[in-house]
Design a protein around this ligand. Structure first.
Ligand code: GUN
Length: 293
């Protein structure tokens, strides 16, 4: 058996077309959605991600601006930039690209973003909303994974989902979202003892460890859905996921490729969250205008 490949590029493209239509509708009502991206330091991968995000905004008709700071920047400078963006009516979403330099306190920076503009969904209030099942802005990568499962009609309720990776950006929110949809969830890390015992029990396996090809064919059961969030640059210059794709695809029912799997979905969901932020702000303005009349 060879798995069905879940093509993130195709799903993301359709979502980006939907976003373009929704952005145009908002523009007709006098509000062009706007995203501000803050990048600190010269992390090469972050630079590429930010350029891709800006390009996707342009294509979807979303206004965007990038605020760049050197690695040596003072945290207070970045905080005052965020405070200005919080009150800037042109901007509906604010994203601080991670990782930040070591002398920055991530919690303080993310906590300073207005909750209603936190399109990454990393603010503690938004995480709290996610925990209680009322997510407003679900974090983009796990949100993209949920869309991929939905578009392929993959059953979640009652299934055993195993997540390898416990990051705040992917592993933890992923677990909450799958739990909310009725999955039984196990969270592992790359260091879990007897990891294979857990991964073999997965109906849905999500891997986000940053360890190239660590999930091998003997670690999965027949027919499993495998979602590979990893993206690793190999010594030969090629990209590889956290899953040994060629071997695992022979056992899996569904599998995402790297590249072209989860990566394009993250950006598409950022556009969705930004448009949702603009729509919410616009409807608040409308209802305020109506009560003022
Ligand atoms: N770095 C890696 N992934 C992400 C993401 O989804 N959002 C932000 N802000 N930074 C990241």
């Amino acid at each position: 058996m060879s798995a069905v490949i879940i093509d993130g590029k195709i799903i993301a493209k359709a979502l980006r077309v939907e976003c373009r239509v929704r952005a145009e509708q908002l523009k007709c009502k006098g509000m062009q959605p706007g995203l501000a991206v803050i990048i600190v330091g010269d992390n090469q991968a972050s630079g590429i991600y930010v350029r891709n995000k800006v390009r996707a905004c342009n294509e979807a008709g979303i206004y965007s601006e990038v605020h760049e700071f050197p690695d040596s920047a003072d945290q207070d400078k970045v905080l005052s930039c965020i405070h200005e963006l919080n009150t800037n009516s042109r901007i509906h979403g604010i994203l601080v690209q991670l990782p930040l330099p070591r002398h920055f306190e991530d919690k303080k920076i993310i906590g300073s973003i207005g909750v209603e503009k936190d399109v990454d969904g990393f603010h503690l209030n938004n995480i709290g909303a996610l925990v209680t099942g009322y997510a407003v802005y679900p974090p983009c990568t796990p949100y993209g994974v949920m869309k991929m499962l939905e578009k392929n009609n993959i059953q979640i309720e009652g299934q055993h989902a195993v997540i390898v990776g416990r990051s705040n950006i992917v592993g933890k929110p992923m677990a909450l979202m799958l739990l909310e949809k009725g999955a039984t969830v196990t969270i592992c890390t790359s260091k879990t003892i007897n990891l294979e015992e857990h991964t073999k029990r997965a109906d849905i396996l999500v891997v986000a460890t940053g360890k190239p090809r660590m999930i091998t064919a003997k670690m999965v059961k027949l027919g499993v859905t495998v979602i590979d969030v990893g993206i690793n640059r190999m010594p030969d210059g090629k990209l590889a996921g956290d899953v040994d794709f060629d071997a695992v695809r022979e056992k899996a029912g569904y599998i995402t490729p790297v590249p072209g799997g989860v990566g394009p979905m993250t950006i598409a969901m950022l556009l969705c969250n930004t448009i949702e932020a603009a729509r919410r702000i616009q409807s608040e303005i409308m209802s305020k205008n109506n009560t003022d009349k």
